[in-house]
Design a protein around this ligand. Structure first.
Ligand code: UD1
Ligand code: UDP
Length: 358
């Protein structure tokens, strides 16, 4: 029995780690880790292998950056060769990045069973590349592991056979739970005063100069009241540099390079609030009970809004400032942890896979 896992971009690493470990415990098999190389900077990839205790990838496809067509096709070309040589029994793909769809498509054509971890999420916004990746991956996956019940409902509505769907909970939260000890001992410098933690990388926010400028100016304004820590994603760094935009760095507005997982979550836990367009951070803040202001008009993770601490501010910078003011006056959104976000999702996935063995 050979179970292969395909990962490529930063959030994939947090998702594979608990599944890998649970399979190691529960199933007699050979596991193979395949890294597409979609993300490749040390602080977007290698650091996570150390932080998460993941083994070195067995295969590194080295696809790198490119347009959607180039990147997706490059993963398919390289991954197909690996699949043909390796003949895995099952391939697990994670999340909604280009590497996810490319690997799932190769498996479907090679008649290899593919399981999608974090299936069923929908923003219903097809201008987002991730939504296309989610819809198509779910259509061709043989097993679909959802993080919450809304995922099951979306899949059923899109005609997926209910037998294939398993609501297992949130693997990203498994990682957060399992690393609480290391996070508590993180050595990252935490500002003593109250601070906001910011990340931005969605093309809709950072690929349009005017939009990026408006967001950055708002953050700069906010930083007059409270320290803003902004670890800058490489896409965003590239856009800032292309646009010649000068950021008011220094004082209360601190730009950082992307951080490793343990240091980053240590900051996230201590932040007075998070401002982001990240998918994973909407979930982490809900789990941690930290108010989250999401700079997007929609979310594929509605449970973070209905049950958790997330508020969608869209592109409304006035609303963003108002919500920050509320939070600073102690009136931030509180919430609850959604069902099955309990650190055991990886275990449930391994149990389902075991049931499908033989
Ligand atoms: C990708 C995913 C997105 C996910 C995000 C997580 C797709 C379509 N997008 O977006 O869903 O939320 O990862 O972070 O799969 N770059 C570097 N070094 C790196 C990686 C990227 O410099 O290690 C720069 C390059 O300029 C590259 C740009 O970032 O062109 C974008 O990278 P890419 O992987 O295409 O998309 P992300 O914006 O990272
Ligand atoms: N993250 C990190 N370092 C950073 C920024 C984010 O470790 O500098 C973590 C964050 O805690 C979460 C994940 O990366 O676990 C989210 O990834 P990202 O925002 O890149 O992708 P998305 O979740 O939007 O797909």
């Amino acid at each position: 029995m050979k179970i292969a896992h395909v990962v490529g971009a930063r959030p994939n690493f947090m998702k594979v780690a608990p599944v890998w470990r649970a399979i190691e415990k529960e199933i007699v098999c050979r596991q193979i880790l395949i890294h597409t190389g979609q993300h490749y900077d040390v602080n977007m990839s290698e650091l996570f292998f150390t932080d998460l205790g993941l083994p070195e990838p067995d295969y590194f496809l080295g696809v790198g950056s490119g347009t959607h067509g180039v990147q997706t096709a490059a993963v398919m070309l390289a991954f197909e060769k690996v699949v043909m040589a390796l003949k895995p029994d099952t391939v697990l793909v994670y999340g909604d990045v280009n590497s996810t769809l490319a690997a799932a498509l190769v498996c479907a054509k090679q008649i290899i069973s593919v399981a999608h971890v974090e299936a069923g999420l929908r923003s219903f916004d097809r201008t987002m590349p991730e939504e296309i990746n989610r819809v198509l991956t779910d259509q061709i996956a043989d097993l679909l592991f959802t993080p919450s019940k809304d995922g099951d409902e979306n899949l059923l509505q899109q005609g997926i056979d209910p037998e294939k769907i398993h609501c297992v909970g949130n693997v990203m939260i498994d990682t957060l739970v399992s690393l609480q000890g290391a996070i508590a001992e993180a050595t990252v410098e935490i500002p003593s005063e109250r601070f906001l933690l910011v990340t931005l990388h969605r093309p809709s926010n950072v690929d349009h100069e005017e939009k990026l400028k408006e967001i950055v100016e708002t953050l700069a304004e906010i930083s007059r009241e409270v320290t803003v820590l902004f670890p800058v994603h490489p896409r965003t760094a590239a856009r800032i540099s292309d646009s010649g935009l000068t950021l008011p760095e220094g004082g209360n507005f601190q730009l950082l390079d992307p951080l490793g997982y343990i240091d980053f979550v240590a900051l996230e836990k201590k932040a007075v609030a998070v401002i982001t367009d990240s998918g994973g951070m909407q979930e982490e803040t809900t789990y941690l009970g930290i108010p989250c202001l999401t700079v997007r008009a929609n979310t594929e993770r509605p449970v973070t809004v209905t049950t958790g601490t997330n508020i969608l501010v869209g592109g409304d910078m006035k609303l963003l400032r108002e919500e920050v003011t509320k939070i600073l006056s102690g009136d931030g959104k509180t919430g609850e942890i959604p069902p099955l976000w309990d650190g055991k999702a990886g275990k449930r996935i391994a149990a389902v896979l075991k049931g499908h063995q033989g």
